[in-house]
Design a protein around this ligand. Structure first.
Ligand code: MN
Ligand code: MN
Length: 322
């Protein structure tokens, strides 16, 4: 199925009209780039301590706040992993199709898997293999699909659907179910997208907090209060880790350092926190010493694709849904 990001379908369903939303598009573009770069920075910062406990990190690194490389994947300092690479697959697919075409997305995932990526989650591998063998764009619902592998790659869909929340929800779930079919994965993917919409369009911390509190009212597992340090790849633990630290810190670097030093699925919590904090705090807060560690070609492609996602969005085209 193909969606060109126009608001027609959603507005016909909801009865809402389309209208120009008064936002500063230049500011949106800056925050969009910062979100995508923040994702890569959090991935690269956290990957060397993925699957370590907070105590193990403290013993080996003290407080980890530099791009050290190494870890179980033996990474170069600044090297990104599947979290960033799958996000790039989505962004390249949206770029190539000038819109969201799910088969193009699945083909990019398949091409990436065949290329022998540095790491790949079990649920992701199984979903892509199913697509390759059966051609199906969604797996059946499965209890084991509540990992964070779909929520971690939400940046491109969030940017390309700016200005249209119903479209975001629809496409978030479609991209998620290529590999993960579980209510909690769907819910977390949509919520990460919603927070990115709010942050990229300049909303306040209290507005973001209210959105997450509203989610917790429906799904109490996601509540921010009472966090006890579980940072696993279970998408509920992942999102709680991100939101707990995002709301108790006051800066991009402080937030990411707090998140990755929690350990567990540290590259993925780092990636999601980096996207959210990058969008919220903007590019001035991205540490230059971290950015220098990203491969120049990667950084350039991320910036180009972030711009392209925004250009394709209903918001940039003056077709946002009020
Ligand atoms: Mn990873
Ligand atoms: Mn991970």
């Amino acid at each position: 199925m193909k969606a060109s990001f126009d608001a027609g379908a959603a507005s016909a369903r909801t009865g809402q009209g389309t209208a120009r939303i008064p936002v500063d598009l230049g500011d949106v573009r800056r925050r969009a780039r910062s979100a995508f770069l923040g994702l890569a920075l959090g991935d690269a910062l956290g990957a060397p301590v993925e699957f370590m406990t907070a105590d193990e990190i403290r013993a080996q690194h003290g407080l980890l706040r530099e791009m050290v490389g190494g870890g179980w994947l033996r990474l170069r300092p600044g090297q990104v992993t599947d979290d960033t690479e799958m996000s790039l697959c989505l962004a390249r697919a949206i770029d190539a199709a000038s819109g969201f075409d799910l088969r193009t997305v699945a083909d990019r995932f398949a091409e990436w898997l065949r290329g022998g990526p540095v790491d790949v989650g079990n649920t992701v591998r199984r979903g892509i293999r199913r697509y390759l063998h059966e051609g199906t764009l969604a797996g059946p619902p499965a209890d084991g699909d509540a990992g964070n592998g779909a929520a971690m790659r939400m940046v491109p869909v969030a940017l390309a659907t700016l200005g249209n929340g119903p479209l975001l929800a629809q496409l978030a779930v479609q991209q998620a179910r290529v590999t993960h079919h579980h209510l909690l994965s769907d819910t977390a993917s949509v919520h990460v997208g919603l927070l990115l919409h709010l942050a990229v369009t300049g909303h306040s911390l209290s507005r973001l907090r209210a959105a997450s509190d509203a989610l917790a009212a429906v799904h109490p597992g996601f509540r921010i209060e009472g966090y006890r340090g579980l940072a696993t790849g279970y998408v509920v633990d992942t999102l709680r880790t991100v939101l707990h630290h995002f709301h108790r810190t006051r800066g991009f670097e402080e937030c990411l350092v707090a998140v990755v030093n929690q350990g567990g699925d540290a590259d993925t919590t780092g990636a999601i926190a980096g996207a959210l904090a990058g969008a919220y705090y903007g590019p001035e807060e991205l540490p230059a010493r971290w950015l220098r560690k990203l491969a120049p070609a990667l950084r350039a492609e991320i910036e180009r694709l972030a711009d392209r996602m925004v250009d394709l969005s209903p918001l940039a085209r003056g077709e946002g849904v009020l």
